[in-house]
Design a protein around this ligand. Structure first.
Ligand SMILES: O=c1ccn([C@@H]2O[C@H](COP(=O)(O)O)[C@@H](O)[C@H]2O)c(=O)[nH]1
Length: 284
């Protein structure tokens, strides 16, 4: 299962997931002024970030919104970045957060786990129920793919719905129970399931609870750095075992902003990733 590979990368390199949320505003002036197309500039930026951090990161996550916002040129850069990661045998996450009826979700699964936008793992919003998840099952067994399903998100208003009490417990815990059940047939040799979950680091107590309740769940953990999450928030869980990858987007790819307008932006990204690694697992 893909999740065994992701866990192995997290243990061997570090649990860092570098977020390629490539906003045009992060491109240094020297790159912006090149006589290249928009997609070439974005792809070049991503390629440089990948080349300078790949030895420190378990995977790379592309937030599709940043590419969609640039229209067709952005989508070309999205496609080329995924192809580059594939070429280098580096794991990719397409952060697409799709959730729809069965027929439509089947098309999303095909669109993002095969073809031009193929990623290894994609994010899914399953608050519509199992119809939003089941179209991905065949890809897990036949194509070694995986999903990360929104469980407890990192944003400030996550609690508006996810923490509402329904019956005996919060809504997100009902989602956790469902994910645990749906993911059981897709457990790999590591014991983790290819049906993973998103849990924000901005809610460390909830993450700790989820880690205890669902030992077979592997997590995508956003919220580090720019949203306030810190390595020490993870320590109670990670000191027992590493059960997830921690995303940082702005903290790494925008580390140079306000410091350089040149092609040396890569050294700022690398330095930020090194500091993050130290913060996450320096105690080991
Ligand atoms: O609960 C969630 C789910 C997804 N995200 C995504 O992660 C990154 C975070 O970016 P930073 O710059 O490191 O804050 C971004 O792509 C979000 O869409 C999340 O933050 N929280």
């Amino acid at each position: 299962m893909i999740i065994d590979r992701l866990q192995k990368e997290a243990l061997e390199k570090s649990p860092i997931c570098v977020g390629l949320d490539t906003s045009l505003s992060y491109l240094p002036r020297e790159l912006k002024e090149k006589d290249w197309s928009l997609s070439e500039k974005i792809f070049y930026f991503n390629k440089q970030i990948i080349d300078h951090t790949e030895d420190l990161a378990a995977c790379f996550k592309l937030q599709i919104a940043y590419y969609e916002a640039l229209g067709l040129e952005g989508l070309v850069a999205y496609k080329e970045t995924l192809a580059y990661l594939r070429e280098k045998n580096i794991l990719s996450i397409g952060d697409i957060k799709r959730g729809d009826i069965l027929a439509t979700q089947s098309e999303y699964a095909k669109a993002h786990l095969t073809g031009e936008f193929e990623a290894d793992i994609v994010t899914v919003n399953a608050y519509m129920g199992e119809d939003a998840v089941s179209p991905f099952y065949p890809y897990m067994t036949e194509k070694e793919k995986g999903i990360f399903v929104l469980l407890h998100t990192s944003n400030e208003s996550a609690g508006d719905l996810q923490e509402l009490i329904s019956g005996e417990k919060e809504l997100y815990l009902h989602m956790g129970d469902l994910l645990e059940k749906w993911g059981r047939p897709y457990q790999g040799a590591s014991g983790f399931s290819a049906v993973g979950a998103v849990a924000g680091l901005t809610y460390p107590k909830e993450f700790e609870k989820l880690s205890e309740l669902y030992p077979n769940m592997f997590f995508l953990i956003p919220g580090y750095g720019a949203q306030g999450g810190r390595g020490e928030d993870l320590r109670p869980v990670f000191q027992k075992r590493i059960n997830g990858v921690v995303n940082s987007s702005r903290g790494i790819i925008a580390a140079h902003v306000g410091k350089t307008e040149g092609m040396d932006f890569t050294s700022f990204a690398r330095e930020a990733a090194l500091l993050m690694k130290e913060d996450l697992i320096g105690w080991q």
